[in-house]
Design a protein around this ligand. Structure first.
Ligand code: HEC
Ligand code: CU
Length: 491
């Protein structure tokens, strides 16, 4: 991206100083002179157009060669209930009805006429601070708007780059924590280089009264937010926003560009795609281009543009590599790549065996005390068991057996349509309460691995297995607590 006049003149002064200090620096800096030639503030606009706005993970059409225009942006604020994860509801405050808010795509020199409307059903006033704006509060002071009102202001995009926007109404942290952030892209003259796929991803941390996974409508927890003790760290506003059917996709051989932002409010993202290397990173969403990057830091209130070519098929996992956030708090997304294998780039498993340095004993997972078997006063209905079982599954079994019970070839057997599971309920209960090791055959495929004993109460075992049996084409067995207790005592 090109630098503008403002930063060029700063550079010139710096150059002068550096020239006096050391000739080495002068050589390094003089490369920049070819970059800036137009003062973006002087770019004339002709015609007007209504901006295309998109909800994540989609982005509007690239600007390409279009001339600078008066760009009309109409953004509506909506406060609405959504799902953080299965069974956990949260009232999000949104720009345009999504978290992150609608993606705005402009080019340098555009004159953006921005109208912010606050829906009459909303409870609070809001405003918008766009980091792409040169002016007081980034627009916040001119856009403060009460429910049932709207405000218009305009600004010229002077600096190309990928910028965060967010609400800046007090308490600012709370408005951001509830989802009030998004990205605005300012493309350079002539547009960004063409790629095959572009997506919009934004990380955010959430703070709820209940702990992670505690069901029901969860209110915002101010104290946890102040303590930076996040219950959820997610991409695109919720735990499953980019997994399973919501995964982003590409085909082998295509180039992928991710516009990645971090709304915060608190946490810095160590953004990484498992099994990919970023060919290019526009560091912090600016001009600096880094190449061959594994993990890129994205500050709260900042961004990065990452680009890579996908060379082999498979599911590539997007994570915040502060890894407990990924596997325990939700910062996990998926890029599904389809196409021809390339065994030279990636062979897949060539050989496998079980490695048991200390014998084959099953060890429990180190997750502390076994939960107490709480005697429930009333018997749960099948629906209630399935509901609760699903949550246990997503917290306990999902990491290995995967979201749709499909497993992972050569490592974790499928629970979906599993002949092993459907043939013998006591054996399945045994796998969960005692663990399972040794060779087994599931749907004609051999597995020889170790499943650790799961620390769950009898009721939780009954619920999770009832959920599994009533999902993905299994035989709909209703597993009872009594059955679980029988299996435990017969061991
Ligand atoms: C750490 C990974 C891991 C976790 C977590 C895990 N499993 Fe397993 N599971 C395995 C492995 C590995 C096997 C195959 C063991 C073998 O080869 O003997 C297996 C086998 C099974 C089987 C029998 C084979 C089949 O496909 O039907 C069942 C049933 C099962 N698991 C259910 C569960 C349930 C329910 C949970 C959650 C409460 C769970 N597992 C959690 C790894 C795991
Ligand atoms: Cu707000």
């Amino acid at each position: 991206m090109k630098t503008n006049q403002k930063s060029k003149s700063k550079l010139t002064i710096m150059k002068g100083i550096l020239l006096l200090l050391t000739p080495m620096f002068f050589i390094a800096c003089s490369n920049d002179t070819k970059k800036a030639d137009v003062n973006a503030a002087d770019i004339q606009v002709s015609q007007e157009m209504i901006a295309e706005l998109t909800a994540p993970p989609l982005v509007p059409t690239p600007v390409g060669n279009r001339k600078a225009k008066k760009l009309i942006v109409n953004m509506e604020i909506l406060e609405e209930e959504g799902e953080m994860t299965n069974g956990v509801k949260y009232v999000y405050w949104t720009f345009g009805g999504s978290v992150p808010g609608s993606f705005i795509r402009t080019r340098v020199g555009d004159e953006v006429e921005f109208t912010l409307s606050n829906h009459p059903d909303n409870k609070l006033p809001h405003n918008i601070d766009l980091h792409a704006v040169t002016g007081p509060g980034g627009g916040a002071t001119s856009s403060f708007v009460a429910p049932g009102h709207e405000k218009t202001f305009s600004f010229k995009t002077i600096n190309p780059g990928l910028y965060v926007y967010h609400c800046a109404t007090a308490p600012v942290g709370m408005h951001i924590a509830n989802g009030m952030y998004g990205l605005i892209l300012v493309e350079p003259e002539g547009g960004l280089p063409k790629v095959d796929k572009e997506y919009y991803i934004m990380q955010g941390d959430f703070y709820t009264k209940g702990e992670n996974g505690e069901p029901g409508l969860q209110p915002f927890d101010m104290q946890k937010a102040v303590d930076e003790d996040a219950d959820y760290v997610v991409f695109n506003g919720s735990v499953n926003a980019l997994t399973g059917d919501n995964a982003i996709t590409a085909n082998v051989g295509e180039t992928v560009r991710l516009f990645v932002g971090n709304g915060g409010p608190n946490l810095t993202s160590s953004f990484h795609v498992i099994g990919e290397i970023f060919d290019n990173v526009y560091v912090e969403g600016g001009d600096l281009l880094n190449e061959n990057v594994q993990t890129t830091l994205i500050p709260a209130g900042g961004s990065a543009i990452v680009e890579f070519r996908v060379d082999v098929p498979g599911t590539f996992i997007l994570v915040d590599h502060a890894i407990f956030r990924a596997f325990n708090k939700g910062a996990l997304g998926m890029l599904k790549v389809e196409g021809e294998e390339n065994k030279t780039i990636y062979s897949g498993v060539k050989q496998e065996g079980i490695y048991h340095p200390e014998g084959g004993g099953i060890q429990a997972m180190p997750n502390g005390d076994e939960p107490e078997a709480v005697a429930s006063t009333t018997e749960k209905s099948l629906e209630e068991k399935i509901e609760s079982g699903k949550q246990i599954y997503m917290q306990t079994c999902f990491a290995c057996h995967q979201a749709e019970g499909q497993g992972i070839p050569n490592a974790f057997p499928p629970l979906a349509n599993s002949d092993y599971l459907n043939a013998d309920v006591k054996r399945a209960i045994g796998a969960v309460v005692h663990g399972l090791t040794g060779e087994i055959t599931v749907n004609g495929e051999k597995y020889n691995s170790v499943m650790t004993r799961q620390s769950l109460s009898d009721e939780e075992v009954a619920d999770v297995l009832t959920y599994v049996y009533n999902s993905w084409g299994n035989n709909k067995t209703n597993v009872t607590k009594t059955q679980v207790m029988e299996v435990k005592s017969s061991h």
